[in-house]
Design a protein around this ligand. Sequence first.
Ligand code: HDE
Length: 701
Amino acid sequence: MARKAADPNVATIHDQSLVRGEGGELHQVANSKTDILTTAQGGPIADDQNTLKIGARGPTLIEDFHFREKIFHFDHERIPERVVHARGYGAHGFFETYESLSKYTRADIFQRAGEKTPAFVRFSTVAGSKGSFDLARDVRGFAVKLYTQEGNWDIVGNNIPVFFIQDAIKFPDVVHSVKPEPDRDFPQAQSAHDTFWDFISLTPESMHMIMWVMSDRAIPRSFRFMQGFGVHTFRMLNAADESTFVKFIWKPKLGMQSVVWNEAVKINGADPDFHRRDLWNAIQSGAFPEWELCLQLFDQEFADSFDFDVLDPTKLIPEELLPPIPVGRLVLDRMPDNFFAETEQVAFMTQNVPPGIDFSNDPLLQGRNFSYLDTQLKRLGSPNFSHLPINSPKCPFHHFQQDGHMAMRSPAGRANYQPNSFGEGPRESPDRGFRTFADAEGGQKVRLRPESFADHYSQASQFFNSQTPTEQRHIAMALTFELSKVETPVIRERMIAHLLNIDEGLASTVADKLGIADLPKAADAAIAPRKDLEPSPALSIVENCPDSFEGRKVGVLVSNGIEAALFKALQATIEKEGATMEVIALKVGGVQCDDGTMIIAKHMIDGGPSVLFDAVALLLTEEGAELLTRESAARDFVADAFAHCKFIGFSTGAVPLLAKAGVEPAVDEGLIPLADGDAVEIYIEACRKLRLWAREASVKL
Ligand code: HDE
């Protein structure tokens, strides 16, 4: 069934047209290359074009079992989408362990250097439904299933290391608030509406997460350029059952990158599948994305050194205070053969942990361990969802669970229980089996938040203070945009009152942009916010720019008559950098170069706006540029690339188009003349900075 072809986007096409049989009926008949079409029961089918009727124009007969079966199955093709994280995209790969971690954990996956463990990863947005667009401002799911030798281990994380709420009992509330409002069923995949901000403004514990969600982290350029976090504090247990606390962080080898909001809005129109297409293209072309798993390991004494509680999922441990240790790499190298069978049916569960990994008392994690099993039954419809190949362990497994809907295994033997006297079936192993950390617990039964969870603002301030001025501006703009869509003034004001506890400058900028003349009083805080926490540069995307253009994409706008040598030099340099390019022209048929060679375009100008690319180059003759000045899509191509602070390479002939788009060719160092082959190197070097943020103040995004 695998459909692999030279061009990642094109399956092999066999030209087979319908043929007419003796009675005039249509057929697409099997030949030596194809199998004979059958019913689900295996019966060969003679005619799949026409229902069985009395006469050519007569009524359809109910004895047409083939038609009945085909439509019946079609009518039942959908299963409930995930209540959250409905829109997602997955890929297969492997995890490779660097060194033995036996000192900290007895988990089999961490015992041997070089051990490779099969993996499946599903990235997702949270709020939107299955058919929503990829570039919503939202948290991204980063769920990893590791098929270890001791059972499946799911690290069901996000691309943000903290969460909105501290207690699982609030999860339905936060999710209801962000989903489409129940009376009108909009907006789709957006947090910019009253109910979300109403809930948030009444939930101070969400403020740290809100800073992240309003930052560029929530509009990633690609799944390949984002970090992943296990969020909660977990435990590792070694052979002696000694516990070490651990936080899991995935770091992309290609570095982090996000888009800007104005770009995100336009990408959603130009290519709603931007992220999944990006992953598909990268993997199909052999550019396998890679992440390092990094661990923050600590003990109780270290945990006690903080004002905050390591069980509180709205807090993180700054990397500067506890540097994450790389312990292995995750490589995604194969797309599923079938989206539904694998990506849609994959069932992640936080409670899937192997011996040597254990939970902490984080109340969010404890609640999740309850929820995920429930949700799988609802979605997949049977307690036998672990029989599906994507969910099935790849190590030996033996148990006495049996029967139920869609049981796909046929266990042999007489004794389906234990203990039994027949010597049949598996037995437990106190030695090799899962052992829970024997922590001492005690106390009254209460419904209480611990005092140690009461600081809701200090790390929100720390996050804001750790951002570059550019990123801080983006947070202010995002908050302004979102709150501008809120129709209830008191909700806006409540949010300003919270922002005052995070950063007064931020609060007054947002208030000013919303036209709130009188600043409200700062929100009452359970604990006085600390604004003196050391900034953590690791939290900034811009500070950690990879200084590489690898894995990125250039959009090259071309016209007839351009220098073939320059085009080839550009192409070669981009490829050498490990980047890719796509050609845009007036027509997809392409253009002819000065030496008569043809360049085929991937996009016509309306179909390839510059928002789809990390940098652009304009290889135009003057005549070609003049022609394009009349196309609004071409003017937008240039104006947007400029406004989004992208590097723009241009041939001399392109100047008229630049001018028409309002861009001075020498306005800043982000505009790079491509006079000859050497200039191309200078251009690519500049592109490694990804964006010329210095331009931003002048373009007023
Ligand atoms: Fe989830 N979450 N979640 N979540 N979550 C689900 O399980 C839930 C939370 C996350 O690609 C559901 O299979 C509760 C935090 C990801 O298939 C459901 C709480 C984090 C995915 C569920 C949380 C996540 C889910 C819906 C609060 C980051 C997608 C479909 C206590 C650490 C997995 C499903 C995939 C999916 C419950 C909070 C990440 C309903 C009750 C915090 C990446 O079980």
